[in-house]
Design a protein around this ligand. Structure first.
Ligand code: FE2
Length: 314
């Protein structure tokens, strides 16, 4: 760890709230409903909460307040059967391309998502995903409550032929391509929940870094959390800020130092790709890029409300 050598309760707490990619392990048995179905195989790395997995007792996972965050890895040719939840769930693609299908009444709309694209799966909508590309997919999944209920399966290969499960419940001729200007009601619905990284406006903050808002004001509307992609140039740092809720920084590219302050004491940790820090509500914290290259960072904030934070450069 790069946390300063001296030990203190604050340093210990920052260490506990840091999820290191190299300290964590992928779990190939996170989803019992996939047992016995090689075609559904996927691995989960839990950072905050259990996500869709029933493995809520994992002590290497940070407890969730308003959102969970995990990585999911899936290999080419594999898929996830169509299911729904009572909560919303976001898929942020990190590597590879992922086909996500939404099903209603036997019709399916499929969207192909690339790196840094995101879909927010709406409440109660049947959704599945499939890796049609040649590369494995790495993505980050967040659900916006600590303990989601188990998913309800609509077209699981246990009960349906594999060909139908692979297409999320669409028989031949019943699959539509995603089209944001399409006329089908399911296309129109999905269009409200898909974010293309390249199509989102880049906001240059006066503090010298960029934000693309995925969920929140300027992005998708949502009632529980905000999600943003930050670009932090080399040598840019922010003054300490405090939120009324927890937030998380997950580095995708480059490196980012996260610092905490309490009662005049400060501690910092440098994060690399796929490392995360979760900062609890009320804790004064900051970020800074000490590296030569820009950092690309996924930022999740545990409220949909504007929390009044103004970012200032150091
Ligand atoms: Fe889901």
């Amino acid at each position: 760890m790069n946390i300063r050598a001296e030990t203190s309760p604050l340093a210990d707490e920052l260490k506990v709230n840091t999820g290191r990619f190299t300290d964590k392990q992928f779990d190939w048995n996170a989803f019992p409903s996939n047992d016995g179905f090689d075609e559904l195989a996927r691995a989960q790395m839990r950072y905050i909460g259990a996500g869709g997995s029933p493995k809520v007792g994992d002590t290497s996972t940070l407890p969730a307040d308003n959102f969970t965050l995990s990585l999911i890895y899936k290999e080419p040719g594999r898929y996830a059967a169509c299911h729904s939840h009572e909560i919303e769930e976001s898929f942020l693609i990190i590597d590879g391309t992922l086909v996500v299908g939404w099903e209603r009444d036997g019709e399916v709309v499929e969207v192909n998502l690339g790196p840094k694209d995101m879909i927010l799966n709406a409440r109660e909508i049947g959704h599945g995903f499939r890796v049609d590309g040649v590369e494995p997919v790495m993505m980050s999944i967040s659900v916006d409550v600590g303990k989601p209920l188990p998913p309800v399966y609509h077209y699981h290969p246990k009960e349906h032929p594999t060909e139908l499960a692979r297409t999320f419940g669409a028989v031949p001729g019943k699959t539509l391509k995603f089209d944001a200007t399409g006329t089908h009601p399911l296309q129109q619905l999905m269009a409200k929940y898909v974010i293309r990284h390249a199509e989102q406006p880049t906001i240059w903050e006066e503090a010298g870094f960029t934000r693309k808002v995925y969920v929140g004001d300027g992005g998708l509307e949502h009632d529980t959390c905000r999600k943003e992609m930050w670009g932090v140039p080399s040598r840019v740092g922010l003054k300490p800020f405090t939120r009324s809720v927890e937030d998380a920084f997950l580095v995708l590219e480059g490196s980012l130092t996260v610092g905490w302050e309490e009662n005049g004491k400060t501690v910092e940790v440098e994060l690399g790709p796929r490392d995360l820090v979760k900062t609890p509500a009320g804790r004064s914290h900051w970020v800074r890029n000490d590296g030569a290259g820009a950092a690309t960072v996924w930022h999740v904030i545990g409220t949909a409300e504007d929390d009044g934070v103004v970012y200032e450069a150091t």
